[in-house]
Design a protein around this ligand. Sequence first.
Ligand code: DAT
Ligand code: MG
Length: 138
Amino acid sequence: MSIERTLVLVKPDGVQRGLTGTILSRIEAKGYRLAELKQVAASRELLEKHYEEHVGKPFYEPLVEFMLSGPLVAAVFEGHRVIEGFRSVAGTTDPTTAAPGTIRGDFGRDWGVKVQQNLVHGSDSPESAEREIGIWFA
Ligand code: DAT
Ligand code: MG
């Protein structure tokens, strides 16, 4: 099986709270290789491409607004089964109930807003990883 790649974003809440280094180091400590890294102020156009699967959902507009609210960090990590491995390190979507020991479970909570501010994004399949890496690292 060939080495897999995934797109990881440290979302604006993670950057603003000073958790970028902690988050990236957890992924490296799991054993994945950091292949690309940059801080970005994303445009609406870029975020609309990134989140096209969520168009029309009630949280879509708050999600795009949240992702526009400050700089974020985009990274590519590599390794066998890194897509599912990163999602395991990240924890489930809702940070209130994400398992302790995961990034979302240890550092996230509900802030009473319309979108779950859950610190990180990770691709969910090889196809979405290649699509998303092409968007963020064109
Ligand atoms: P994930 O980021 O775990 O892959 P997703 O792709 O289903 O989750 O959704 C993208 C983001 O949208 C998610 O990280 C936070 C937000 N979100 C998802 N479902 C939500 C909901 N029911 N209410 C509020 N925000 C939500
Ligand atoms: Mg997703």
